[in-house]
Ligand binder design. Structure first.
Ligand code: LMR
Length: 397
C-alpha cells in the first residue's frame, strides 16, 4: 500500500522534539515545543498532582468505563475554572462540558460537531496561529481563512484590522480565538478589546470558539478569564476548548475539556447529547486518570491552594526568563528591539528572528526554535541563558 506514497512531513512542533532527542551537541537547548521546564531543565510532576495520585491510588476501586462525557466532578471543576464558581452560566445550567483527550481532542470534537450542523461554514484563525489549528479544522473538512492579528512591525495586535475583518465575517462562519497567551506570538487583547470582539460576534452572529490552553500562565487563573468573561456577558452561546497539559503539567495524560455554552438549560441538554454522540464515534469515552487528578485537586481546598502556588511559581519563572533574555541580548548590543518580549504573556514569544537564523541556531548551536521564530521561554534557564544569548548575538551580528 505504501510503495508509491510519499512520507508525510514531520510535525512542525512535535517533529522538532524528535529531532532534538537525536541532537548530539552537549549544549543543546530545546526552545521548541510548549512544555514547561524548571531551572534544571526538567519537566516536573507538580507536588499537588503527586498528592492527588496518592489519594486516587488508595481510593480507586475500578477501571470501568467513565461516562462518555467524563466524570461529573471533573466537568464541574472545569466550569468553575472557566467561569468562576458564582457564575450565572453555571447556576443556570447553560454549560455542557465533556472531558476530552487534551486540548487537541477538545478542538477536534468541537470541529466534528460543528461540521454536522454548520457544513457550509468557513473557520477563521488568527494570522498567525498554532500550526495544528489549521490541521484540526482542515481535517474535519472545513475551509480555512485568516483574520489579521499580530503585526511584526509594531509587535502588537493589529486590532483595527482584526476588528474590520471580524465585522465582515458572515453569520454562518466560525471564528477561532486564543483566550489568553496567544500561541505563537504571546500578544493578547486587552479587556476592552475582548469586549469589542464579543460585541462584534453578537452583532454579526458568527460562532466564537475560544481555545484556552494556558489559563493561569498569563497573569493568573482569574485574570486570564478576561475573554471568557466578556463572552459570558455578551453572548449566549460559544465554544471553549480547555487544556490542562500546561497549567497542571499533565502533558502525557491528555487532559482537556470542551464546553458548550447555550442560551437555555434545555438547549444545553441537546448540545450535550450531540457532544456525546460525537465523542462516542471518535474515542468512545475519555481516559480517566488525568481528569480524576484534576478533579481531586480542584475539589480539595488544600491541594487547590498548593496547585495555585505551583502554577504561580511556573508563571513567575517564565516572566523572569523573559527579562533575562531581553536584558542579555541588550547587554550584548544585539541588533533589533527585543523589549516587547517582556510584555508578552504565556510560554511563547515571537522573537523576530528569521527562518535562516532559526536554521543556523539549530545546525551550529543545537538550539531548537520553531520555524517563524517562536521561542518557548519556559525552555530557558539560569544554566543556558548565557549560551542562548551569546548564540543569538553571534547569529545576528
Ligand atoms: C505547542 O504549541 O508547542 C504546544 O501546544 C504543544 C503542541 O501540541 O504543539
Amino acid at each position: 500500500m505504501w510503495k508509491n506514497i510519499n512520507a508525510a512531513p514531520e510535525d512542525s512542533i512535535l517533529g522538532l522534539t524528535e529531532a532534538f532527542r537525536k541532537e548530539t551537541n552537549p549544549r543543546k537547548v530545546n526552545l521548541g515545543v510548549g512544555v514547561y521546564k524548571d531551572d534544571d531543565g526538567n519537566t516536573p510532576i507538580l507536588h499537588c498532582v503527586k498528592a492527588a495520585e496518592a489519594i486516587l491510588l488508595q481510593k480507586e476501586r475500578s477501571k470501568t468505563y467513565l461516562p462518555i462525557s467524563g466524570d461529573p466532578s471533573y466537568a464541574a471543576g472545569v466550569q468553575n475554572l472557566l467561569f468562576g464558581e458564582e457564575s450565572e452560566v453555571i447556576a443556570s445550567y447553560r454549560a455542557a462540558t465533556v472531558h476530552t483527550p487534551g486540548g487537541t481532542g477538545a478542538l477536534r470534537v468541537g470541529a466534528d460537531l460543528l461540521k454536522k450542523f454548520k457544513p457550509d461554514a468557513k473557520v477563521w484563525v488568527s494570522a498567525p496561529t498554532w500550526a495544528n489549528h489549521k490541521g484540526i479544522f482542515g481535517s474535519a473538512g472545513f475551509p480555512l481563512d485568516e483574520y489579521p492579528y499580530y503585526n511584526p512591525v509594531t509587535k502588537k495586535v493589529d486590532f483595527e484590522k482584526m476588528l474590520a475583518c471580524l465585522e465582515a465575517i458572515p453569520e454562518r462562519d466560525i471564528v477561532l480565538l486564543h483566550a489568553c497567551c496567544h500561541n505563537p506570538s504571546g500578544v493578547d487583547l486587552s479587556a476592552e478589546q475582548w469586549q469589542q470582539v464579543a460585541q462584534m460576534s453578537r452583532q454579526k452572529g458568527w460562532t466564537p470558539f475560544l481555545d484556552f490552553a494556558y489559563q493561569g500562565l498569563g497573569q493568573g487563573i482569574v485574570e486570564d478569564r478576561l475573554a471568557i468573561a466578556q463572552f459570558a456577558l455578551l453572548r449566549e452561546d460559544y465554544f471553549v476548548a480547555s487544556s490542562f497539559s500546561k497549567n497542571f503539567g499533565l502533558y502525557n495524560e491528555r487532559t482537556g475539556a470542551l464546553t458548550l455554552v447555550s442560551p437555555s438549560p434545555e438547549e444545553s441538554k441537546v448540545a450535550m447529547s450531540h457532544l456525546k454522540s460525537t465523542v462516542r464515534v471518535c474515542y468512545s469515552n475519555p481516559p480517566a486518570h488525568g481528569g480524576l487528578v484534576v478533579a481531586t485537586i480542584l475539589n480539595d481546598p488544600a491541594l487547590h491552594a498548593q496547585w495555585l502556588g505551583e502554577l504561580n511559581g511556573m508563571r513567575e519563572r517564565i516572566v523572569g526568563m523573559r527579562a533575562a533574555l531581553v536584558d542579555g541580548l541588550a547587554k550584548r548590543g544585539v541588533r533589533g528591539d527585543f523589549s516587547s518580549i517582556k510584555e508578552q504573556r504565556g510560554m511563547f514569544s515571537f522573537s523576530g528572528i528569521s527562518d535562516e537564523t532559526v536554521a543556523w541556531l539549530r545546525d551550529r548551536k543545537g538550539i531548537y526554535v520553531v520555524g517563524g521564530g517562536r521561542i518557548n521561554l519556559a525552555g530557558l534557564s539560569s544554566k543556558n541563558i548565557e549560551y542562548v544569548c551569546d548564540s543569538i548575538a553571534e547569529a545576528l551580528k
